[in-house]
Design a protein around this ligand. Structure first.
Ligand code: CMP
Length: 139
Protein backbone atom coordinates (compact mmCIF):
# COMPACT_ATOMS: atom_id res chain seq x y z
CA UNK A 1 0.00 0.00 0.00
CA UNK A 2 1.22 3.45 -0.89
CA UNK A 3 0.13 6.96 0.09
CA UNK A 4 0.25 10.23 -1.78
CA UNK A 5 -0.81 13.85 -1.25
CA UNK A 6 -3.48 15.38 -3.46
CA UNK A 7 -4.43 19.06 -3.52
CA UNK A 8 -7.45 20.57 -5.19
CA UNK A 9 -6.04 24.02 -5.95
CA UNK A 10 -7.90 27.35 -5.56
CA UNK A 11 -9.11 27.24 -9.18
CA UNK A 12 -10.58 23.76 -8.69
CA UNK A 13 -12.39 24.78 -5.51
CA UNK A 14 -13.69 27.96 -7.22
CA UNK A 15 -14.96 25.89 -10.17
CA UNK A 16 -16.91 23.60 -7.83
CA UNK A 17 -15.18 20.45 -9.00
CA UNK A 18 -14.25 19.08 -5.56
CA UNK A 19 -16.88 16.37 -5.96
CA UNK A 20 -15.76 15.54 -9.51
CA UNK A 21 -12.17 15.06 -8.40
CA UNK A 22 -13.12 13.01 -5.34
CA UNK A 23 -15.43 10.86 -7.48
CA UNK A 24 -12.59 10.02 -9.84
CA UNK A 25 -10.45 8.85 -6.95
CA UNK A 26 -13.20 6.78 -5.38
CA UNK A 27 -14.32 5.16 -8.62
CA UNK A 28 -10.75 4.23 -9.45
CA UNK A 29 -10.06 2.21 -6.33
CA UNK A 30 -8.30 5.01 -4.44
CA UNK A 31 -9.16 5.48 -0.75
CA UNK A 32 -9.22 8.93 0.88
CA UNK A 33 -7.70 8.52 4.34
CA UNK A 34 -7.45 12.24 5.29
CA UNK A 35 -9.08 15.41 4.00
CA UNK A 36 -9.41 19.11 4.92
CA UNK A 37 -10.05 22.54 3.43
CA UNK A 38 -7.56 25.27 4.32
CA UNK A 39 -6.17 28.54 2.97
CA UNK A 40 -2.39 28.77 2.77
CA UNK A 41 -0.34 31.78 3.79
CA UNK A 42 2.37 32.94 1.38
CA UNK A 43 5.00 31.53 3.72
CA UNK A 44 3.25 28.13 3.86
CA UNK A 45 2.93 28.01 0.05
CA UNK A 46 6.63 28.87 -0.33
CA UNK A 47 7.54 26.07 2.06
CA UNK A 48 5.41 23.55 0.25
CA UNK A 49 6.83 24.43 -3.18
CA UNK A 50 10.41 25.03 -1.93
CA UNK A 51 11.80 22.67 -4.62
CA UNK A 52 10.63 25.19 -7.22
CA UNK A 53 12.08 28.30 -5.52
CA UNK A 54 14.52 29.02 -8.34
CA UNK A 55 11.89 28.68 -11.06
CA UNK A 56 10.60 31.80 -12.83
CA UNK A 57 7.02 30.85 -11.95
CA UNK A 58 7.64 30.49 -8.18
CA UNK A 59 6.25 33.87 -7.12
CA UNK A 60 3.18 33.62 -9.31
CA UNK A 61 2.57 30.01 -8.24
CA UNK A 62 2.78 30.80 -4.53
CA UNK A 63 0.48 33.82 -4.97
CA UNK A 64 -2.03 31.66 -6.83
CA UNK A 65 -1.89 28.92 -4.20
CA UNK A 66 -2.79 31.46 -1.48
CA UNK A 67 -5.58 33.09 -3.51
CA UNK A 68 -8.39 30.96 -2.04
CA UNK A 69 -9.11 27.79 -0.13
CA UNK A 70 -7.64 24.46 -1.20
CA UNK A 71 -8.62 20.88 -0.37
CA UNK A 72 -5.78 18.64 0.77
CA UNK A 73 -6.16 14.88 0.87
CA UNK A 74 -4.10 11.83 1.65
CA UNK A 75 -4.85 9.09 -0.87
CA UNK A 76 -4.08 5.44 -0.29
CA UNK A 77 -3.92 2.46 -2.60
CA UNK A 78 -1.70 0.19 -4.59
CA UNK A 79 0.61 2.25 -6.80
CA UNK A 80 -1.42 5.33 -5.87
CA UNK A 81 1.31 7.88 -6.69
CA UNK A 82 1.34 6.83 -10.35
CA UNK A 83 -2.40 6.20 -10.45
CA UNK A 84 -3.16 9.70 -9.17
CA UNK A 85 -0.79 11.23 -11.70
CA UNK A 86 -2.52 9.33 -14.46
CA UNK A 87 -5.93 10.58 -13.36
CA UNK A 88 -4.58 14.18 -13.13
CA UNK A 89 -2.91 14.22 -16.57
CA UNK A 90 0.17 16.21 -17.60
CA UNK A 91 1.07 19.46 -15.75
CA UNK A 92 0.34 21.36 -18.94
CA UNK A 93 -3.35 20.69 -19.62
CA UNK A 94 -2.72 21.06 -23.37
CA UNK A 95 -0.56 17.94 -23.19
CA UNK A 96 -2.86 16.06 -20.83
CA UNK A 97 -4.69 13.01 -22.16
CA UNK A 98 -8.38 13.20 -22.99
CA UNK A 99 -10.55 12.45 -19.97
CA UNK A 100 -7.97 13.44 -17.34
CA UNK A 101 -8.81 15.98 -14.63
CA UNK A 102 -6.48 18.63 -16.00
CA UNK A 103 -7.60 18.14 -19.59
CA UNK A 104 -11.21 18.63 -18.55
CA UNK A 105 -10.91 21.44 -16.01
CA UNK A 106 -7.56 23.26 -16.27
CA UNK A 107 -7.34 26.60 -18.03
CA UNK A 108 -3.66 27.40 -17.67
CA UNK A 109 -0.32 25.67 -16.94
CA UNK A 110 -0.43 27.23 -13.45
CA UNK A 111 -4.15 26.98 -12.75
CA UNK A 112 -4.18 23.25 -13.33
CA UNK A 113 -6.80 22.26 -10.72
CA UNK A 114 -4.86 19.58 -8.86
CA UNK A 115 -1.46 18.71 -7.46
CA UNK A 116 -0.16 15.22 -6.75
CA UNK A 117 3.12 14.03 -5.26
CA UNK A 118 5.54 12.73 -7.89
CA UNK A 119 7.57 10.13 -5.92
CA UNK A 120 7.57 8.29 -2.56
CA UNK A 121 10.03 10.76 -0.98
CA UNK A 122 8.02 13.81 -2.03
CA UNK A 123 4.79 12.09 -0.93
CA UNK A 124 6.26 11.55 2.56
CA UNK A 125 7.35 15.22 2.80
CA UNK A 126 4.08 16.57 1.41
CA UNK A 127 1.79 14.42 3.59
CA UNK A 128 3.69 15.49 6.72
CA UNK A 129 3.48 19.12 5.62
CA UNK A 130 -0.31 19.04 6.05
CA UNK A 131 -1.24 16.12 8.30
CA UNK A 132 -0.08 14.55 11.53
CA UNK A 133 -0.47 10.83 12.18
CA UNK A 134 -3.70 11.29 14.18
CA UNK A 135 -5.37 12.97 11.20
CA UNK A 136 -4.77 10.03 8.88
CA UNK A 137 -7.25 7.16 9.19
CA UNK A 138 -6.72 3.44 8.88
CA UNK A 139 -9.76 2.34 6.90
P1 CMP B 1 2.19 21.22 -9.69
O1 CMP B 1 2.01 19.81 -10.11
O2 CMP B 1 1.46 21.64 -8.46
O3 CMP B 1 3.75 21.54 -9.52
C1 CMP B 1 4.29 22.83 -9.69
C2 CMP B 1 3.29 23.81 -10.21
O4 CMP B 1 3.84 24.98 -10.78
C3 CMP B 1 2.51 23.19 -11.35
O5 CMP B 1 1.66 22.15 -10.88
C4 CMP B 1 1.80 24.41 -11.92
O6 CMP B 1 0.68 24.78 -11.15
C5 CMP B 1 2.87 25.50 -11.71
N1 CMP B 1 3.56 25.92 -12.94
C6 CMP B 1 3.45 27.14 -13.49
N2 CMP B 1 4.20 27.24 -14.58
C7 CMP B 1 4.80 26.06 -14.75
C8 CMP B 1 5.71 25.56 -15.72
N3 CMP B 1 6.15 26.29 -16.75
N4 CMP B 1 6.13 24.28 -15.58
C9 CMP B 1 5.71 23.52 -14.55
N5 CMP B 1 4.85 23.96 -13.59
C10 CMP B 1 4.39 25.22 -13.70
Amino acid sequence: MERTLSIIKPDGVAKNVIGEVVKRFETNGIKIVAMKMIQLSKHQAQGFYAVHKERPFFNSLTNFMTSGPIVVMVLEGEDVIAKNRELMGATNFKEAKEGTIRREYATDIEKNVVHGSDAPETAAFEIKYFFNDLEIQNR
